[in-house]
Design a protein around this ligand. Structure first.
Ligand SMILES: [Zn+2]
Length: 220
């Protein structure tokens, strides 16, 4: 899994949950990967330049085993194997919910993330949610609304912001209008950034299960 986790940082440089390849316990169970003795291959699409990681998953009642190749940067590929415990919790109205036991801290978690050589929980990898940091767009939206209130116009984006309120100096009105326009373009810029990110995250999340042949140099 070379290059994994190289992206997915928030504005403060912290790695985000959204930027990592992830395993979801319910998803794996639903797709039959936790079935006792089942052998499946799981792989992610990755980016245009680098393929995503592949995992071999051997199912089991109380644990699954992950096998995969990993390398740091351009180092040689190394084979890794990790046993991940499962916890089944009976639901109130029938059926059961499956959880992973994080291989490092043994916490019961719904998801594990591939933020390094091991698949661990969010806390062990020190991942944060991208949304925990305020987006520039939220700040700009608040600023925009505050300025619009000063002009007594509707809260919104891109609507006409005239006419000048009675008793307000033209210069003040023009200055506030200019600040509204500036704030709005900031909001639009941030929307674009978010849209691009969502698209990349969706591609990354859509892990597939396949019988794809293992690349010849996979374990090298
Ligand atoms: Zn953990």
């Amino acid at each position: 899994m070379g290059g994994m986790g190289s992206g997915g940082h928030n504005s403060k440089g912290r790695r985000t949950v959204e930027g990592q390849y992830r395993l979801d316990a319910s998803d794996l169970k639903r797709r039959g990967l936790t079935r006792n003795g089942s052998v499946s291959h799981l792989y992610w699409k990755g980016s245009d330049t680098a393929p995503g990681p592949s995992l071999k998953v051997v199912g089991g009642e109380n644990a699954i085993t992950l096998s995969y190749a990993w390398r740091r940067g351009d180092d040689l590929w190394q084979k890794h194997e990790e046993r991940v415990g499962l916890h089944h919790h009976a639901r109130q109205f029938g059926g059961c919910e499956t959880y992973f036991l994080c291989p490092k801290c043994a916490r019961t978690v719904k998801r594990l993330y591939g933020g390094g050589v091991r698949y661990l929980c969010r806390t062990c990898h020190g991942l944060v949610h991208a949304s925990t940091q305020e987006r520039p767009g939220s700040r700009a939206t608040r600023k925009n609304q505050k300025l619009r209130r000063r002009l007594g116009v509707e809260i919104g984006l891109g609507d006409w912001i005239g006419p000048k309120p009675k008793g307000m100096h033209r210069k003040t009105f023009e200055e506030i209008s200019a600040r509204i326009h500036a704030a709005e373009s900031e909001v639009y810029d941030d929307m674009l950034v978010l849209l691009n990110r969502m698209q990349r995250t969706t591609e990354r999340r859509s892990a597939r299960i396949g019988v794809r042949e293992r690349p010849k140099d996979f374990w090298r």
